[in-house]
Design a protein around this ligand. Sequence first.
Ligand code: BES
Ligand code: ZN
Ligand code: ZN
Length: 486
Amino acid sequence: MLPEIKKTIHFDTGKTNIFLISEVSDLPEDIFDAPETEYVAQRLAEKNQNTVILNKLGKFAFICRIASKEDTDQNKLLEKCRKAGESLLGIYKDHKIGSVCVVDCCHKPTETLAFAEGMLLGNYQFLKYRTDRSEKESTLTEIEIVSPGLDEEAIAELHTLCKAVYTCRSLINEPLSSLNAEKLAEEFESMAHEAGIKIEVLNKQKIEALKMGGLLAVNLGSVDPPTFSIMEYKPEGAVNAKPIVLVGKGVVYDTGGMSLKPTASMDTMKCDMSGAAAVASALYAIALAKLPVFVVALIPATDNRTDGNAYVPGDIISMMDGTTVEVLNTDAEGRLILADALTYAKKYDPMLVIDIATLTGAAEAALGKYGMAGMQNNAELYFPQLVKSGFEVHERIAEFPFWDDYEELLKSEIADLKNIGGRFAGAITAGKFLQHFTDYPWIHLDIAGPAFLDKRDGYRTMGGTGVGVRLFFDFVKKIGENKVQV
Ligand code: BES
Ligand code: ZN
Ligand code: ZN
């Protein structure tokens, strides 16, 4: 559960407090007497020791050294603070602590907020399907912050953003049995209504009328119809006249289709709509925070399955823009549904299009769980800024080469394109396939690695991580602040 979070002026010594310090001398003298301070100093002098726990008459006082002189890289420091915030959650749970107060003793509001961010993000759990959830549930429901330099708006914004990350994670964690393409679109509708976003969900008939051949081909093996969700957030006084369009891969389950995946590779494939969840959730946060930026989200969605009428390797399909594609592997389905969405994006004459997708095992093989692959065409102006946002929020982008030569690998003898590029450079050829359908500044993000975790990793938790939400929010926020040229 997402704890409430609020700013207060004074902390209460009768409650559980977490004192954030940079040096021992930051500790408030009226709370800690000399022997306690001496004890804290000794403990913190030990190697790799940054946290000290004091039990004061049954109440805990946590002392966390969040920064020291060695912390010269600001992005690394903020990530350290997020991790520190998460690291104590287990103790609160063990002792059934419901409310804590974070006290910024070292006058570091940004770092204090990052610490709180780690607490909020790390407190996420997906317990919907556990009958013993009351025992498992985290007890933390309230966080107070004492930090004179921190304004209430920044705290409220953090809460909104974390709420969007929770929403994103839960969409990803929901299995296919309760989240097919139509249900996913319904979830987007309720998010849109809450946040004041305009939404239209195209049904199968409309998708057919638009001749979205990629989305329809992937959907052939499904008993459920596809959807195409269009979410538009256009605030009055937006800094941009042309929108930023976010496109998310919404494969609600990927069996591979007739090019069936091996059993083990299929286990986590409910996560194949992580891009879709990320763009919808990012827009949700952007709208709730009322950022002054015109942003659109486009989400093609279907499951990818085998059935009597499923598309097969060798099929030639005709895409929305008329391009013909020789399908040589039905498991390379993400690019087919995204291509139609990228074609649809042209009608906005967009300032920038960013797509995000769990697109290739090759991206995961190259980067593991720690970063996403980024490629761009014609977006030299924006790409470095997105990369910078990535470092700041710790959703990092590694730029892959995107040379024209790779286009060779997608040439087909009998159609305009093949949907696979062979054994090598799989993340890049997937990107090149998508590029064919773009004619605007465009960035492609492959999140196959970081979208979903088999085991807990700190505040990213387990299962869907919500990667992309904080990245897009930060990037769009900076555009709204005119820190990026529009
Ligand atoms: N959804 C998968 C990619 C994926 C792999 C996501 C691992 C998350 C974790 C995608 O649709 C896929 O199957 N891609 C194929 C493409 C290949 C057939 C060219 C792949 O990467 O193997
Ligand atoms: Zn696939
Ligand atoms: Zn897929």
